[in-house]
Ligand binder design. Structure first.
Ligand code: LLP
Length: 464
């Protein structure tokens, strides 16, 4: 019988090619204050990840506060004026994060009653909140209107009458945008593309539904129609999609202005182009250059407005991932390391860590790829073909499907996965009764618990 052989490390373009490269840290994928010290230990904002693991246990999310805040500032500056940039809180929300966002002068986008409640609990200024959702309940809308949110983005005809009714009973007028699907197809995973026809969000531009919805808002009692919204998708790298969507919306805008009475038309001045700016999860990716995107988008909006003969609107944007994503890493402890024979009689090494699909569902859901390093030391072995898996009772519990890792990675090592700040904690679950990890903030050599680890007592206390 042929001897089993370890698969050679596949020279995939985005994969590490050598042990030396594996020990290096691709700076653009990790929080800006990440370093590997002379003794081999990785640190974020001056806090060694070994200390984090010892003090708070594993798995743990580590959030670099300066990194998060600097991304807020960078976007606000790029778009000129903090009010226009909304942090899409679905990426990751906590009261502390809401406070940071408020302090950095940004606005906030919430997509559920719970997100709104967290923002309000953090005293986030409601006049800087935009509310989303394709199925907002009366309770949610009532809370939004009563707390004085700036904008509610209308997603269905049913919602127009419901919100009109709510605003009337609260006794105030509510500013609204209409969510439009401009039919722009962006190159991203189908689950996070949102601008094609035949999906649940918004009103189709092509069919005229968006136009009719806008007119219905104008007619609705106690609603003030302020503009249009679209979000073409998430993790988008070709900014042409944002421009095309803006141009299409402005054409519709011009049509509306022709029909609206002057004072109604004058209120129309917000064009919200959503979020979606792609970030680097892997060393060979480059994040969208937000300064370039912003300058280009604002210029193209000005040109398109001029072309269709409407006053240039205020541009709102709603990035989530581009702010939260790169600011966090997840630290796991390596447990079982097992060599498994594959169907072609080669061997794949399975490295199990103490978290998994409950703290990061993205690989299973979107085939998302992640960068992996060892945090407690520099490794030395030759690269072998590996799969990083979690501890869940499910074979699809894979964090990284296929990567070369030095063969001396062993139980007890700390394994770090980069760019886990967006849509990991916020999409986490308690599958297999694995408790949600803590989120630990780091800044200037100090760490603090932002969200503590869930305990079995938390869970048991929910049961009556
Ligand atoms: N605005 C609206 C209306 C949105 O629907 C979204 C994302 C955003 C802004 C923020 O998009 P971002 O800048 O973060 O790409 N769970 C998926 C992402 C779903 C995004 C849903 N909407 C993932 O893990 O990739």
């Amino acid at each position: 019988m042929d001897p089993l052989v370890h698969l050679p490390s596949v020279p995939l373009r985005q994969r590490t090619q050598s042990t030396e490269e594996f020990n290096a840290i691709p700076a653009h994928v990790y929080p800006c204050n990440t370093a590997r010290r002379a003794d081999g230990v990785m640190s974020v904002a001056g806090v060694p990840l070994t200390d984090i693991a010892e003090r708070y246990g594993t798995p743990a999310f580590i959030l670099d506060e300066d990194d998060f805040r600097s991304r807020c500032r960078r976007l606000a500056k790029a778009f000129g004026g903090g009010q226009r940039v909304h942090y899409a809180s679905k990426a990751f929300i906590s009261k502390t994060v809401c406070r940071w966002v408020a302090e950095e002068g940004l606005a906030l986008d919430v997509a559920s009653q719970g997100e709104l409640q967290v923002a309000l609990a953090a005293d986030f200024p409601p006049e800087r909140i935009t509310v989303h959702g394709n199925n907002k309940s009366r309770d949610f809308l009532t809370l939004a209107v009563e707390s004085g949110v700036e904008l509610i983005v209308i997603d269905s005809l049913q919602e127009i009458s419901l919100l009109s009714d709510v605003a009337t009973s609260v006794g105030c007028e509510q500013d609204v945008l209409v969510r439009v699907t401009p039919g722009v197809h962006v190159d991203t995973h189908e689950f996070i593309a949102t601008s094609h026809e035949d999906q649940k969000f918004g009103f189709s531009l092509a069919s005229g539904a968006a136009y009719r919805a806008a007119m219905a808002c104008v007619d609705a009692k106690n609603l003030s129609f302020r503009g249009l919204h679209c979000h073409v998708g998430s993790q988008v790298f070709d900014a042409a999609g944002f421009v095309l969507a803006a141009e299409r919306l402005l054409k519709m805008w011009a049509g509306l202005l022709q029909e609206l009475p002057r004072e109604e038309g004058e209120r129309l001045n917000i064009l919200d182009l959503g979020g979606g700016y792609g970030i680097a999860y892997m060393p060979d990716q480059q994040a969208l250059d937000v300064e370039h995107v912003a300058a280009n988008l604002l210029e193209k909006v000005a040109e398109a407005s001029y072309k269709v003969g409407v006053p240039r609107p205020v541009v709102n944007v709603e990035p989530g991932r581009a702010i939260a994503g790169p600011s966090m890493v997840t630290v796991y402890r390596v447990g079982t390391v097992k060599d498994v024979e594959t169907s072609d009689r080669t061997v794949r090494r399975y490295i199990s860590v103490d978290g998994g699909m409950s703290d990061n569902i993205r690989p299973a859901l979107y085939q998302a790829e992640y960068d992996v390093r060892i945090a407690n030391r520099e490794v030395e072995g030759d690269l072998v073909h590996c799969r990083i898996v979690g501890s869940h009772c499910e074979s699809g519990d894979i964090l990284v499907n296929d990567l070369p890792v030095p063969n001396d990675v062993r139980p007890g090592d700390l394994l770090v996965i980069a760019a886990t700040g967006a849509y990991c904690y916020s999409m986490s679950s308690r599958y297999n009764m694995m408790m949600r990890p803590p989120v630990v903030t780091v800044k200037d050599g100090e760490s603090a618990v932002m969200i503590r680890r869930e305990t079995i007592e938390d869970v048991l206390s929910l049961e009556t």
